[in-house]
Design a protein around this ligand. Structure first.
Ligand SMILES: Cc1cc2nc3c(=O)[nH]c(=O)nc-3n(C[C@H](O)[C@H](O)[C@H](O)COP(=O)(O)OP(=O)(O)OC[C@H]3O[C@@H](n4cnc5c(N)ncnc54)[C@H](O)[C@@H]3O)c2cc1C
Length: 389
């Protein structure tokens, strides 16, 4: 390779941050710029523990300047607003233009409202620190100024909805009822059976009211409108938390790139956009075929983290004119948080539930945190908490 090449990574989440660190580690002669508007990385699987106070902000949402110090990655705190694939130049919201030899798109997902009226105005998402602050405020209000028959509705009984419903039920025990609303006929449709059964038991123990086959038609400040077996119902509630679905909103590309039915950028197995030489994508924004069945891989942190080393290798190989590798996902299993100090795990033939599973889940996640220094500090902090007499 001759001269200095410029690689720009868009998005400092699981896929982008891990790829940027791997690129800088592998090749110091390549300049790596990470463009990310938030000042922290967010370890979303532990957002529930941050809500409940079981973990601290520095452990779950460490500052990017801390994670990147001395790691050879330049961080631009900005948002990419458009990308010209022909001129290999991108624009940011503060008006900067950045040229690149290779681009990695890792801008993740956003709340999916499915066009349901009132969701963006009245519901709280559960994806960002801003969402967390809103939810904390609501929980605090319900804890400190209780009204009779308070009810919170969590919409979507996928992993996020189930985990959040359990945590909220523990935080608001005796103060509010939790309703978990799902349009399908069961919770955790894509999960392992052991975890599903553990989750059902955890919801029952906490008196979370589960409403399946119920489709939300509208959200207002103090109620939800539901369609249940062809009948419209009104459900008064003090707050609605929306965890149903995932949308993606990558910056506009010129010329546009092919997307799947969910708007995800269609990628080849080597993580390049279909028919592209210089632009790669990974994480939630990318539709990458599963090597086992050619179906798109799930939008999970596990997939995003595993993509990073292959992506870093392929970016450098493409600059060197060498062959690229295909990404192969190794499904490591599933861990769910089920309320304060409780979890369930199904992984590689192992099933486990209860407090030990919760401790194992937290430990596994804290050592997966991008950035070796932070990983160590977070894990030591966690050990300190758990070894306390
Ligand atoms: C509450 C919750 C719990 C979860 N639990 C699990 C779990 O237990 N296990 C699991 O495997 N997965 C879990 N997930 C899914 C996981 O968080 C995502 O799959 C993962 O974050 C995807 O990584 P990513 O890098 O694609 O996107 P993200 O981690 O979302 O990062 C994207 C980044 O891009 C930035 N960005 C967006 N647009 C732009 C732009 N235009 N310019 C620059 N930057 C931009 C964003 O600010 C963000 O920091 C959970 C998700 C949530 C919300």
């Amino acid at each position: 390779m001759v001269g200095q090449f410029h690689v720009v990574v868009v998005g400092g989440g699981f896929a982008g941050l891990t790829t940027a660190l791997a690129l800088a580690h592998k090749r110091s002669s390549v300049s790596v710029v990470l463009v990310e508007p938030q000042e922290h990385f967010l370890f979303t699987p532990l957002l529930y523990e941050l809500l409940s106070g079981e973990l601290q902000t520095w452990q779950v949402a460490p500052k990017l300047d801390h994670l990147l110090a001395g790691r050879g990655v330049a961080w631009l705190q900005d948002r990419v607003t458009s990308i010209n694939r022909q001129t290999r130049c991108l624009t940011t919201s503060s008006g900067r233009n950045l040229s690149f030899d290779r681009l990695v798109l890792a801008c993740g997902g956003v709340l999916q409202s499915f066009g349901v009226p009132g969701v963006t105005d009245h519901a709280i998402g559960f994806r960002t620190m801003a969402d967390l602050r809103c939810l904390r405020h609501l929980v605090h209000r319900l804890q400190t100024r209780p009204q009779p028959l308070q009810r919170l509705a969590v919409v979507g009984a996928g992993a996020s909805g189930v985990e959040l419903a359990c945590k909220l039920a523990d935080l608001l025990a005796g103060k509010a009822f939790i309703e978990l609303i799902e349009q399908g006929d069961k919770i955790l449709a894509g999960s392992r059976e052991f975890n599903r059964q553990q989750a059902l038991a955890a919801l029952q123990q906490r008196d979370v009211s589960l409403r399946c086959r119920s489709r939300v038609q509208g959200v207002a400040a103090d109620h939800l409108t539901l369609l249940v077996q062809g009948q419209t119902e009104t459900l008064p509630c003090a707050g609605v938390i929306w965890t149903a679905g995932l949308a993606v909103a990558p910056p506009p590309l010129l010329p546009s790139a092919p997307t799947d039915s969910q708007g995800r950028l269609i990628c080849q197995a080597d993580l390049r956009l279909a028919g592209e030489e210089a632009v790669f994508a990974a994480g939630d924004v990318a539709a990458v075929p599963d090597n086992r069945n050619q179906q798109p891989l799930p939008a999970t942190a596990q997939v995003a983290i595993q993509q990073a080393p292959v992506l870093a290798h392929n970016v450098l190989a493409s600059l060197d004119g060498e062959p690229l590798q295909d990404f192969r996902w190794n499904d490591l299993g599933e861990m769910l948080s089920l309320g304060r100090g409780q979890a369930t795990i199904t992984a590689k033939g192992l099933t486990m539930a209860g407090p030990t599973a919760a401790k194992l889940r937290e430990a596994v996640y804290l050592v997966r945190m991008p950035g070796a220094g932070h990983r160590l500090a977070a894990a030591v902090g966690w050990l300190g908490e758990h070894l306390r007499p």
